[in-house]
Design a protein around this ligand. Sequence first.
Ligand code: 3Y8
Ligand code: NAP
Length: 247
Amino acid sequence: MLGGTTEASRLAQALAGADVHAVFSYAGRTEAPVTQPLPTRVGGFGGVPGLRDYLQREAISHVIDATHPFAAQMSQHAVQACTELGLPLLALERPAWQAQDGDRWQHVPDLAAAVAALPAEPARVFLAIGRQHVQPFLEQARHWYLLRLVDPGFELPEKRGTVVLDRGPFSLANDLNLLDRHRITHVVAKNAGGHGAQAKLTAARQRGCPVILIDRPPIPPRTTVGTVEQALQWLGLSHAHGTERGV
Ligand code: 3Y8
Ligand code: NAP
């Protein structure tokens, strides 16, 4: 299984509990990822050819893509490799977040549109999208940024903002405190879905804070479920009994 999300961790628990022969895969983007209850591999496969060779060498019978909705390249590669090998592929993907009463969301299609959506007047922006795409926002020099990252090592220029280190899943109390302490006026987030990153949106609603929400990138069609239980059923483990399958 291709991991890296809260749902992937929950599925790993269920597979380990059912004695399924499975291996958990991380990309290796963080220094010390959460330990999983399954044999774990870390690092890229080497594109589609590398993934295809891995799946054949390890005699994998089923692939479950439980990566983040924004991990579009990994998901694309999984579709290609499994199609070429005729391997069953399932995506475990949480539904996108939907606005509720009180939400002040502006949906944008991508990162560039999120930068363009920032207000004309100086703002204090909680940029909750990780560290890969910060530069285009920093170039909007009138704004102050709060970054939340997993690992240390990313410094902001003086007076341009502050970095907090935290891994999540995050709590509402934590994120309300973050908005208040840093006097945040805007939140920028990916429409990740799920519960692990949702607290900042609930906090923004309670504070009447506008959110610029980035739509998910396109991913080719594949069989998709939204819950761990559905993934277990797909594996023929409706009540989590043992099986000879590999994942
Ligand atoms: C390496 C594994 C679990 C999984 C927990 C979820 C929840 C907490 C919220 C905010 C948003 C962000 C970021 C985020 C969340 C969960 C989940 C989720 C968002 C870890 C993890 C890995 C990563 C990679 C990391 C990215 C970054 C994105 C931070 C582990 C903790 C912003 C996405 O420093 C970097 O290079 C980090 C890169 C990809 C996005 C980016 O572009 O920077 N996730 N996150 C996975 C691997 O190597 O395969 O370290 O334990 C996993 C989790 N991150 O098991 O409980 O399920 O979504 N992750 C976003 O949603 O916008 C933080 O701060 O509110
Ligand atoms: P990505 O852009 O879709 O993938 C880039 C490359 O990283 C892939 O082609 C693959 O390398 C490698 N890779 C990605 N996920 C992998 C995995 N689970 N196991 C092995 N290799 C993997 O991916 P990303 O957006 O950087 O996400 C990386 C990881 O962080 C994923 O596990 C994802 O679930 C997690 N994550 C991402 C986000 C986010 O916002 N993007 C948020 C939370 C968690 P090769 O081509 O060499 O095989």
